[in-house]
Design a protein around this ligand. Structure first.
Ligand SMILES: [Mn+2]
Length: 320
């Protein structure tokens, strides 16, 4: 069911104990959106629990409530809200089929590949899920405070790479202006988002960049499992590198292949404005946006790379 911010607010207000779930390999948008909504609901006296299958990344780690996320939150809740998760697999082990849920699953998301897997789905084509959460916060009748504003601005700043992606709109800036006026510190949020890389991670990127290859506008790099630190969560190491690959002038589209310890290859795809790589990610079982998409594919590093690079080469030839 396609919903509206006011319908979502109405549904949320019916429930006392609400679980908010951020997606696996979380980013600043899914964590910031979850926390922004959580603090708004708490100001209305609701009990809110936070769930995420993976650790909170550096870019969102300083947000109030970032330490509350649990990979095994209590299941006796009245409603579940998934934020920024384009399909149910993005909820990881925290997804419950409808028969196992006590209450509704409410999906708030901005991925164009989202098919609407919730009982209520608020899916809009915005630069960040945090933009949509702000509409819900308004519909809840909560006035913005500095905490909510800081969480939501983290979502907008991280998903737009500091207002630079093709998904950035005038509304992204209008939203940012409102959030700053409510007390969010853009400089502090940007610093936390972009200037906190470890030297060891940059060294790893250097190794991957040295071996990067480009063919007819398609640039790709790999992070084999043997190079990665123990217990690596691929999102932490890879997402910044995927964005960096896309800054290469000759690249129309770029892909980063990260070998995981579970037999899956994580693929992060980026594109210059004018190209839409979401369909390729969807075809390989993932999803995303025109300019940034991803999937996790079973197979060897070389096998998955060949298949995805072939698909991206066809895409460049078609859309270019
Ligand atoms: Mn997002």
């Amino acid at each position: 069911v396609v919903s509206t911010p006011s319908r979502i607010a109405e549904e949320l207000l019916r429930h006392r104990r609400i679980l908010i779930v951020s997606h696996v390999d979380p980013d600043g948008d899914t964590i910031g959106s979850a926390l922004g909504l959580a603090w708004a609901l708490r100001s209305l006296g609701r009990e809110v629990l936070m769930g995420c299958d993976d650790p909170v990344p550096e870019e969102a780690a300083a947000l109030p409530g970032a330490d509350e996320f649990s990979s095994s939150p209590p299941q006796d809740v009245d409603a579940i809200v998934a934020v920024d998760a384009s399909d149910e697999r993005r909820m990881g082990s925290l997804f419950r089929p409808s028969a196992e849920r006590g209450g509704p699953l409410i999906v708030i998301d901005h991925h164009i590949t989202n098919g609407g897997y919730g009982d209520l789905n608020l899916v809009m084509d915005t630069s960040a899920t945090a933009e949509i959460v702000l509409l819900v916060v308004d519909a809840l009748g909560v006035s913005l405070d500095a905490t909510i504003a800081r969480c939501l601005l983290t979502g907008v700043v991280t998903d737009t790479q500091g207002f630079r992606t093709a998904s950035t709109t005038a509304n992204s800036l209008t939203v940012a202006q409102r959030l700053m006026a409510a007390g969010a510190d853009l400089v502090q949020i940007s610093n936390q988002a972009f200037n906190r890389r470890s030297l060891s991670m940059l060294s790893l990127w250097g190794r991957a960049l040295t071996a990067a290859e480009m063919r007819s506008g398609v640039l790709w790099a790999e992070l084999p499992l043997a190079w990665l630190p123990q217990g690596n969560s691929d999102g932490q190491v890879g997402s910044g590198l995927a964005n960096l690959l896309n800054t290469v002038r000759e690249a129309r589209v770029s892909a980063l292949f990260t070998e995981q310890d579970d037999g899956l290859i994580d693929v992060s795809i980026r594109a210059k404005p004018g190209y839409d790589v979401s369909g390729v990610a969807l075809a390989f079982g993932g999803g995303g946006h025109a300019g940034a998409a991803g999937c996790q594919v079973k197979g060897s590093l070389a096998g998955v790379r060949e298949a995805v690079v072939d698909a991206l080469t066809r895409l460049v030839n078609t859309q270019g």
